[in-house]
Design a protein around this ligand. Structure first.
Ligand SMILES: [Zn+2]
Length: 100
Protein backbone atom coordinates (compact mmCIF):
# COMPACT_ATOMS: atom_id res chain seq x y z
CA UNK A 1 0.00 0.00 0.00
CA UNK A 2 2.98 2.26 -0.61
CA UNK A 3 1.16 4.26 -3.27
CA UNK A 4 -1.68 5.17 -0.94
CA UNK A 5 -0.35 8.45 0.48
CA UNK A 6 0.39 9.94 -2.95
CA UNK A 7 -2.94 8.63 -4.19
CA UNK A 8 -4.67 10.43 -1.32
CA UNK A 9 -2.75 13.61 -2.11
CA UNK A 10 -4.00 13.33 -5.71
CA UNK A 11 -7.57 12.93 -4.46
CA UNK A 12 -7.16 16.01 -2.28
CA UNK A 13 -5.82 17.96 -5.24
CA UNK A 14 -8.95 16.96 -7.19
CA UNK A 15 -11.20 18.00 -4.29
CA UNK A 16 -9.45 21.36 -4.27
CA UNK A 17 -10.01 21.78 -8.03
CA UNK A 18 -13.68 21.01 -7.64
CA UNK A 19 -13.96 23.25 -4.59
CA UNK A 20 -12.36 26.16 -6.42
CA UNK A 21 -14.92 25.97 -9.21
CA UNK A 22 -17.82 25.50 -6.85
CA UNK A 23 -20.23 28.21 -5.78
CA UNK A 24 -19.57 27.02 -2.25
CA UNK A 25 -15.84 27.48 -2.43
CA UNK A 26 -15.87 29.49 0.80
CA UNK A 27 -17.30 26.65 2.87
CA UNK A 28 -15.35 23.77 4.43
CA UNK A 29 -14.52 20.75 2.29
CA UNK A 30 -13.85 17.15 3.20
CA UNK A 31 -10.30 16.22 2.37
CA UNK A 32 -8.77 12.81 2.97
CA UNK A 33 -6.26 12.31 5.75
CA UNK A 34 -2.88 11.86 4.06
CA UNK A 35 -1.63 9.40 6.67
CA UNK A 36 -3.57 6.80 4.70
CA UNK A 37 -6.11 5.98 7.44
CA UNK A 38 -9.06 6.75 5.16
CA UNK A 39 -10.61 9.27 7.54
CA UNK A 40 -11.91 12.62 6.34
CA UNK A 41 -10.76 15.97 7.59
CA UNK A 42 -12.62 19.24 7.09
CA UNK A 43 -10.66 22.25 5.89
CA UNK A 44 -11.55 25.49 4.20
CA UNK A 45 -9.76 26.02 0.88
CA UNK A 46 -7.54 28.70 2.39
CA UNK A 47 -6.49 26.40 5.23
CA UNK A 48 -5.73 23.60 2.79
CA UNK A 49 -3.69 25.90 0.55
CA UNK A 50 -1.90 27.28 3.61
CA UNK A 51 -0.81 23.75 4.58
CA UNK A 52 0.41 23.04 1.05
CA UNK A 53 2.33 26.31 0.92
CA UNK A 54 4.10 25.40 4.17
CA UNK A 55 4.80 21.88 2.94
CA UNK A 56 2.67 20.46 5.76
CA UNK A 57 0.65 17.28 5.34
CA UNK A 58 -3.13 17.37 5.19
CA UNK A 59 -4.00 15.12 8.13
CA UNK A 60 -6.54 14.71 10.93
CA UNK A 61 -5.21 16.52 14.03
CA UNK A 62 -2.68 14.22 15.70
CA UNK A 63 -2.23 11.91 12.72
CA UNK A 64 1.17 11.56 11.12
CA UNK A 65 1.75 10.99 7.45
CA UNK A 66 3.31 7.66 6.62
CA UNK A 67 7.03 7.19 6.03
CA UNK A 68 6.27 7.05 2.31
CA UNK A 69 4.72 10.50 2.34
CA UNK A 70 7.66 11.87 4.32
CA UNK A 71 10.13 10.21 1.96
CA UNK A 72 8.32 11.74 -1.00
CA UNK A 73 8.59 15.20 0.56
CA UNK A 74 12.29 14.67 1.18
CA UNK A 75 12.78 13.54 -2.42
CA UNK A 76 11.08 16.69 -3.67
CA UNK A 77 13.36 18.79 -1.45
CA UNK A 78 16.39 16.92 -2.75
CA UNK A 79 15.30 17.43 -6.37
CA UNK A 80 14.86 21.16 -5.76
CA UNK A 81 18.28 21.37 -4.15
CA UNK A 82 19.86 19.46 -7.03
CA UNK A 83 18.23 21.81 -9.56
CA UNK A 84 19.52 24.79 -7.59
CA UNK A 85 23.01 23.29 -7.41
CA UNK A 86 23.00 22.62 -11.17
CA UNK A 87 22.11 26.25 -11.76
CA UNK A 88 25.02 27.42 -9.60
CA UNK A 89 27.45 25.13 -11.40
CA UNK A 90 26.23 26.38 -14.77
CA UNK A 91 26.83 29.96 -13.70
CA UNK A 92 30.28 29.14 -12.39
CA UNK A 93 31.23 27.40 -15.64
CA UNK A 94 30.07 30.35 -17.75
CA UNK A 95 32.42 32.64 -15.85
CA UNK A 96 35.41 30.51 -16.70
CA UNK A 97 37.53 31.47 -19.67
CA UNK A 98 38.11 28.76 -22.26
CA UNK A 99 41.66 27.50 -22.39
CA UNK A 100 43.66 28.25 -25.49
ZN1 LIG B 1 -5.08 9.72 9.38
Amino acid sequence: MDELPSLVADVNARIREIAERSAERASDWEFMCECGCGERVRFGLEEYEGLLAKGLPVVVAGHRPSATARARALQEDAAALRAQAGHQVGRALKGRKPRT
